[in-house]
Structures are given as structure tokens and as C-alpha cells.
Design a protein around this ligand. Structure first.
Ligand code: SF4
Length: 422
């Protein structure tokens, strides 16, 4: 089934969850009567200008002491080797810190260094990543580890161009790894840093567009021209995560409050001027839950499908949530024997980026007795995809798609918290 990948956390990046609602004594976050600004609904802003050197100096000088006093004790901050920082940065993309911590600890225990990761079969890497979602990150990390071993003698390259040539390493990740683990004067610019910089320096315009983005990278570069670049980069990321939140920032606790243009002008929630989010699309799928005793039938996704190499329940997208018949037929066609669809067990909701996927879970059983089914060589489907029977708990230990994980837990095939379902 070309089914969805796991549910992203609602507030991705380094930001931890925080309660909604204004805390007492907070500064107003928006000027009265002023709509939330978007580049498209008002006259163009003047070209953004660079802050003066004294403002950058003050920004830098406020951040270091604050981070030393208030930065969280996170596992990748202890012993920040390039490998550990690299693993953490890949895991933190699209995922909350709280979610990442146990995965990080298990991952670096199983693959303690870049050599161990480079030597590991991809199936094992995906198993260790299973449940975190966005499996492309795991594949890129493993591919990058193999390149570091093959081309750089097992040492993460200090050179920016060599770092950027590694799979899955963009300018942000290269800057984070090189500055934090290697002390390079390399800037970072993620969502948290963008928010802090645009607010403190009052930078208007869409930060995803070249002029503003270029300006932000230049400012981020000037910040790390002096001082400890790794500490300064982490301080900006941390401030965006735990103080300068997208909504209801805690300006009273902010070391940059005296410098902050957005606070002074009452335009905090106007910045950064992000583009409107893409409209949500509803998608319907049907998955077949084929059971024998405590075992459930799984299918391994083929190269070229979404989440290649991952185990999943056999399933397919359907036309609409009201008409699932095409999905049942298409899912059944993935199996080497005819199946009879049984009752509908329920619906599991799953979100990925702009898609909201509704998975109908149908019981199904092969038309022939179990023994004949196995004797018929049902280890592969007609499309060549591997099939296997596994007890629910064992399935959870495999590289299993997030929707399949939810289904297995919800219908009692393995213990654990249920996913969102209806
Ligand atoms: S940078 Fe500090 S003062 Fe400015 S909006 Fe963010 S939390 Fe408030």
C-alpha cells in the first residue's frame, strides 16, 4: 500500500510542548487592532536591513550566560561528538525533544559510533528508528555514516563543502554539527532561530524567500563570528524552543527582551511573516487485518513505494471515505491468495504534513485454510513484496509503519498506548 508515514508531532523542531494561554504579567504580543501580517496582504515592506554591529554584539553577549544558566540537560549535549550531534539533529527534525530522548539513547547504545552505524544492515537501522517516523532521515543518516567511513576515515568532515556533500546534510545540519561538535564558526538557521532573529531585529518579509533568508543567514553568521559558536547556536535554538515560542512567548524570562524590536513595537506574533500553510487534504485508505492466532500478516513495502523497506499491513488508498470498495480489492490484490473481507473494525486517523489520512481497518481472511495458504508459498505477494506472519509484539520490534503500529495496539495484538482512532 502506498500508505502514509508516521504522525508528525504538532510542534516540530526543538520546541517542547507548552500550555496555551497567556501567563500573568506577559507583554502584549500584538499591537491592538493590527491583523496578523502576511507579506501578501499588505504593501511590500522596505528591503530588510542588517542590524548594526552593536546590536549583534549585545545579542551575542546576552545569549551565552543565559544558555549556561538555563539550557536543558539533554543527552546529546553531554559528550557532543559529531556523531551524537548528527544523530540528534536528524531525529529532532519534525519531532519533539521529549519524543526524541528515548529513541536517541537506544540508538546510540545500539550504534555507538559512526563505524557501527555504517556497518549495520538498513533493516536494523529502520527498526531502531521505528516509531519516530520520517524514515528517510534514518536512511540518510546510515548512508551518511557509510560515506564518512568510506571517504573520511570515520571522521565527520570539518570542511563545510565536504559536510554538505553527505547524504541528508543541509546547511543547517552542517552548521549545527560543525559548530557544536567541532567548534567551527558555522551559523545555523532553523525555525526557532528564524523566529528569534526576526523578532529581536524586527525583520519583516517572508523568511522562506531569498532576500530575507539571505539576510537571516548573514546575521546568523555574524552572531558566531566571536564567542563560542556551538554555545551561541544552541542558545538561539534553545531560546526559540523554550522562551520565544510561536505563540505566547515568555518575554519576562527572555535575556533579549531589552533588545527586542518586536516586543517594543507590539508585533511579536506578526513575526516571522510565514507563508500560509498548505490546505489540508483528506485521504482515505483501507488496510486488511489478516490474523492467524496471535500472528498478523505484514507486507514489506517495495522500492519505489512510500517508506520502502518498511513493514506494513496490506492496504491501498481508496477513492473516497464513503466508497472503500476499490481499496479492499486493491489491498487484496497484494496477497498471493484470495481473501474475504470481513467486518470493519474501525478507523484510524493518521496525519502527515498536509495529508489527513483516514484508514479503515477491515478484518480479512484467506479463502483457503491456513495450512494450504502457507504451502502455496505465500511468502511473497504477486508484486514480489515479502510477506510474513508475526505476533503483534514481535511486529512492533520491526521497522513497522506508524499506522500499522496503531492498528496492532488498538486491536489488542500488542500492549501499548493506542493511536488516534475513531
Ligand atoms: S525574543 Fe524575547 S522578548 Fe522578543 S519576542 Fe521572543 S521572547 Fe519576547
Amino acid at each position: 500500500m502506498s500508505s502514509p508515514s508516521p504522525v508528525p508531532d504538532p510542534a516540530p523542531g526543538h520546541a517542547p510542548g507548552r500550555p496555551r494561554g497567556r501567563k500573568p504579567g506577559r507583554a502584549p504580543v500584538r499591537a491592538p487592532g493590527r491583523p496578523r501580517g502576511l507579506a501578501s496582504d499588505r504593501p511590500p515592506d522596505p528591503a530588510p536591513t542588517e542590524p548594526p554591529p552593536a546590536a549583534i554584539d549585545a545579542y551575542r553577549e546576552a545569549l551565552g550566560p543565559w544558555f549556561r544558566a538555563h539550557g536543558r540537560d539533554l543527552p546529546w549535549r553531554r559528550d557532543p561528538t559529531p556523531y551524537r550531534v548528527w544523530v540528534s539533529e536528524m531525529m529532532l527534525q519534525q519531532t519533539r525533544v521529549e519524543t526524541v530522548i528515548p529513541y536517541f539513547e537506544r540508538f546510540v547504545t545500539r550504534f555507538p559510533d559512526v563505524g557501527a552505524l555504517a556497518a549495520a544492515p538498513e533493516e536494523e537501522v529502520l527498526e531502531s528508528w521505528s516509531g519516530l517516523g520520517y524514515y528517510r532521515r534514518a536512511r540518510m543518516l546510515a548512508a551518511g555514516a557509510r560515506e564518512v567511513v568510506a571517504r573520511h576515515g570515520g571522521r565527520f568532515p570539518d570542511d563545510e563543502r565536504a559536510a554538505l556533500a553527505l547524504p541528508g546534510i543541509g546547511r543547517y545540519a552542517a552548521g549545527a554539527i560543525r559548530s557544536i561538535a567541532l567548534g567551527a564558526r558555522a551559523p545555523v538557521l532553523d525555525g526557532n532561530v528564524t523566529r528569534v532573529l526576526t523578532r529581536v531585529f524586527g525583520i519583516r518579509g517572508d523568511p522562506s524567500r531569498a532576500p530575507v533568508r539571505g539576510l537571516l543567514w548573514r546575521i546568523a553568521g555574524r552572531v558566531v563570528e566571536r564567542g563560542d559558536p556551538g554555545e551561541l547556536n544552541q542558545a538561539q535554538m534553545e531560546l526559540g524552543a523554550i522562551v520565544c515560542a510561536p505563540r505566547d512567548p515568555d518575554c519576562e524570562r527572555c535575556p533579549l527582551a531589552a533588545l527586542c524590536v518586536a516586543r517594543r513595537e507590539g508585533i511579536i506574533e506578526d513575526l516571522p511573516e510565514l507563508r500560509p500553510r498548505r490546505r489540508t487534504v483528506e485521504v482515505a485508505c483501507t488496510v486488511l487485518l489478516v490474523r492467524h492466532g496471535d500472528a498478523v500478516l505484514l507486507r514489506r513495502r517495495l522500492p519505489g513505494e512510500l517508506l520502502p523497506g518498511m513493514w506494513d499491513l496490506p492496504g491501498a488508498f481508496t477513492g473516497t471515505a464513503d466508497d472503500r470498495s476499490t481499496g479492499i480489492a486493491a489491498a487484496g490484490a497484494l496477497l498471493p491468495w484470495p481473501v474475504e473481507a470481513g467486518r470493519t473494525l474501525g478507523t484510524v486517523k493518521h496525519a502527515i504534513t498536509y495529508r489527513r489520512i483516514s484508514l479503515e481497518v477491515r478484518e480479512a481472511s484467506p479463502a483457503e485454510p491456513f495450512r494450504e495458504r502457507r504451502a502455496a508459498g505465500g511468502r511473497r505477494g504477486p508484486d514480489g513484496a515479502e510477506l510474513t506472519w508475526l505476533p503483534g509484539e514481535e511486529a512492533l520490534g520491526k521497522a513497522l509503519s506508524a499506522p500499522a503500529r496503531k492498528v496492532i495496539r488498538r486491536w489488542g495484538l500488542a500492549p501499548g498506548p493506542e493511536g488516534d482512532s475513531a
